[in-house]
Design a protein around this ligand. Structure first.
Ligand code: URA
Length: 184
């Protein structure tokens, strides 16, 4: 089974798992290249993502696309997903129980894709890999977690609310892109 087939099989397994919370919202499994070097992990789908069944297609997603463009990456070459794969009602933060319930599926996704770099967007996905992390202190820093590089980034939604956050996020994207380019 290649990576794409393994991801398709995992998606099917998730669709059939009736024990998962936040049903009957649509499953937003993730999208992108199964062979991506960079895996981006957000928090949870919003209304537009729920409707389309795709991650980061609303305002945060548009900003994410601009950030990719700014460093010469194509959205379809990275893989994009969320820690919680169904929309919490009223866009509230995902609860610890919801994060816990979806965790095994995220772990399996990470194992299958086996990316060189994991970019976490926002504090929930950062804490999945770096439990003691502080987003304002650690954004843009490179961590080694279980043999992988993990780079916490501000969530694009935060950058839509603050120019300072946006500038920091853009700078971190540039640094990460040059690191990936130069580091074999
Ligand atoms: N915010 C997220 O964290 N994920 C999405 O898919 C959309 C918005």
């Amino acid at each position: 089974m290649d990576k794409k087939e393994a991801l398709d099989a995992l998606k099917k397994k998730m669709e059939q798992d009736t024990s998962l919370p936040l049903m009957p919202a649509n499953l937003v499994f993730g999208e992108g290249s199964a062979n991506a070097k960079v895996l981006c992990i957000g928090e949870a789908p919003g209304a537009k993502e729920d409707k389309e069944g795709r991650p980061f297609v609303g305002r945060s997603g548009q900003l994410l696309n601009r950030l990719f463009d700014g460093v010469g990456w194509r959205r379809e070459d990275v893989y994009i997903t969320n820690i919680v794969k169904r929309r919490p009602p009223d866009n509230r933060d995902p609860s610890p129980e919801e994060i816990e319930a979806y965790k095994p599926y995220l772990s399996e996704q990470v194992e299958i894709i086996d990316p060189r770099v994991i970019m976490t967007l926002g504090r929930f996905s950062m804490r999945y890999f770096i439990p003691e992390g502080k987003i304002t202190r650690d954004q843009g820093r490179v961590f080694q977690v279980d043999g992988r590089l993990v780079v916490p980034m501000f969530h694009p939604a935060a950058a839509l609310r603050s120019t300072r956050t946006l500038k920091a996020l853009m700078a971190s994207f540039k640094e990460l892109a040059s690191m990936i380019y130069t580091r074999k």
